[in-house]
Design a binder for this molecule. Structure first.
Ligand code: 3HM
Length: 382
């Protein structure tokens, strides 16, 4: 028996690669995902997802799994020197917090249940526009569609020599998953709603910020921001005395964070001249790594994974040339990612988020986007 399915080879088993793989498999493709790491797991701590990616998770059937261990906090609170600037309830904006391992496990389960072959310890070292990939083992394979979802250091992107720029900013964060310790926090600050996301800013006399994000009933995601020029502020494991001196009400959870090695990441934005080359498309951090201010790195990755799967499937069904269809996909979809990248870089450069009341205008365009609505571009085209 011959297998008449279209073939997709995907580099990268992260959020972008697994979402694209699952969507394509469910649309009838034969899909392989190559993950260079020996183990399939997520790096990092917590994450916030918005409507744009939650719509995609609905479509691939991952919602029940995802919701089993995630939450929507009652409000997104912003404080300056511990004075509340805003408590945004985000009415009408769908959002959920969770841990990165949970999101990754959810996507991995969806991929496998959809028939995707996920291969750990397999690095794609090269792709060519005709749809050929080369693996670290020396093996080659050809596909109807190749996807480079292999992260900010993408070998697929670099093997195609796609030009890009990288804009760095002076700030960065380290991230930790720790126990909630709600009772202890309440004892220190009884008036606080500790289920909220709370963005604790301090700009003066020193720039230090703790983004406090409950991820579920048991786990808390802490993101600690400081300028990279501040050696003590950006040190990992964290300088517990420094952080608790500025944020004494967070002492119980900072103590847990201090026990973790952690890693400090400098903020940066990577912009590519183009996301596609022939039968190869790039999604996720390989194509559009961004600053985390809007929490849209993974969200845009999953959104682009879905729309790419739909565009490629429709093109092949209609007998349309795939490279042309991929170019058109980028033209239609890229503006929603560009706006998130630009806005996140602007927040990183200006620290305007410290003022609160941030969920309006351009800052929510991508969050509100529904990449699964087939009519989403008609308004703009008309
Ligand atoms: C969720 C989230 N939001 C904002 C930042 C930031 O501005 O560093 C990081 C995050 O993980």
């Amino acid at each position: 028996m011959t297998d008449s399915r279209h073939v997709a080879e995907i580099a990268g088993g992260g959020f972008a690669g697994l979402t694209a793989a699952t969507a394509l498999a469910q649309m009838g493709w034969r899909v392989r995902v190559h993950e260079q790491a020996d183990e399939l797991r997520a790096e990092g701590a917590g994450i916030v997802l918005w409507n744009n990616s939650l719509q995609v998770l609905d479509k691939i059937g991952a919602k029940p799994d995802l919701e089993s261990r995630s939450m929507t906090p009652p409000a997104y609170e912003t404080r300056m020197n511990n004075v509340i600037q805003s408590q945004e309830t985000l009415d009408g904006i769908r959002w959920r917090t969770m841990t990165r391992p949970h999101l990754h496990q959810t996507l991995l389960t969806a991929a496998r249940e959809s028939g995707v072959e996920v291969i750990a310890g397999s690095a794609v070292t090269k792709a060519t526009p005709d749809g050929t990939i080369t693996l670290a083992s020396g093996e080659t394979a050809t596909a109807d569609l190749v996807i480079g979802a292999d992260g900010v250091t993408s070998a697929v992107r670099d093997s195609l020599s796609i030009p890009f720029t990288r804009q760095r900013s002076g700030d960065g964060i380290s991230r930790f998953l720790v126990p909630r310790r709600k009772a202890e926090l309440l004892a220190l600050e009884p008036e606080t709603e500790w289920d909220n996301v709370i963005d604790f800013w301090n700009l003066d006399p020193r720039v230090l910020r703790v983004l406090y994000t409950p991820a579920n009933d048991e786990e808390l995601y802490l993101a600690l921001m400081s300028p990279s020029a501040d050696a003590d502020g950006s040190r990992v494991p964290i300088d517990l005395a420094l952080w608790t001196s500025i944020f004494p009400q967070l002492a119980p959870v900072l103590e847990d964070a201090a026990k973790i090695q952690g890693r400090y990441y400098g903020y940066q934005t990577t912009r590519l001249e183009r996301w596609t080359e022939g039968k190869v498309a790039l999604i996720g951090d390989s194509a559009h790594a961004m600053c985390p201010a809007l929490a849209q790195g993974a969200g845009t990755s999953m959104q682009n994974a879905w729309t790419l799967a739909v565009a490629a499937t429709e093109a092949l069904a209609a007998g349309v040339d795939l490279p042309a269809a991929l170019t058109e996909w980028e033209r239609l979809e890229r503006p929603y990612t560009d706006i998130a990248q630009d806005r996140s870089q602007w927040y990183a450069d200006t620290r305007e988020m410290a003022k609160g009341n941030q969920f309006t205008g351009e800052s929510v365009v991508t969050a509100l986007y529904n990449p699964t609505d087939p009519h989403r571009h008609e308004v703009h085209a008309a």
